[in-house]
Design a protein. Structure first.
Length: 131
């Protein structure tokens, strides 16, 4: 097998990653649950697995042949409100489980906190006023 980075990229850029990203974009509260680098990594890992399993179940339930399980099928399935809700529930469940895991209780948040942002804004205002 080639370098590990080369194997990882298709997983992240593939249809499962796109589905997880889409659900996260549609429901920003999910991002608030996974607000640290370690939580985000765990979330992505398990969300991809569980969404992949759910897609497999849906494919099996609809009795489609493996060759019919292309990206177009996935997009069509996402338009079905019942399936879309099932994917949302699965992604949210992963985020809630990761958020509740005590291993991540002391993790630093992803990005600056509100106080750091305010200090930066004040610094930027002073810098811009000085020009």
């Amino acid at each position: 097998m080639s370098e590990p980075e080369q194997a990882w990229i298709p997983l992240v850029d593939g249809p499962i990653g796109a589905i997880v990203d889409r659900v996260q974009e549609e429901h920003p509260e999910i991002g608030e649950l996974i607000d640290s680098p370690n939580r985000l990594l765990a979330f992505r890992t398990f969300a991809y697995i569980r969404v992949g399993l759910l897609l497999g179940e849906l494919l099996f339930e609809q009795e489609r042949a493996p060759e019919d399980a292309d990206e177009n099928w996935v997009e069509a399935m996402m338009r079905d409100p019942k399936h879309h809700q099932a994917l949302h529930r699965e992604v949210r469940a992963v985020a809630e489980e990761i958020a509740a895991d005590p291993k991540y209780a002391n993790d630093e948040p992803l990005g600056p906190d509100d106080d750091a942002r305010e200090r930066f804004r004040e610094f930027a205002r002073k810098q811009l006023a000085g020009d």
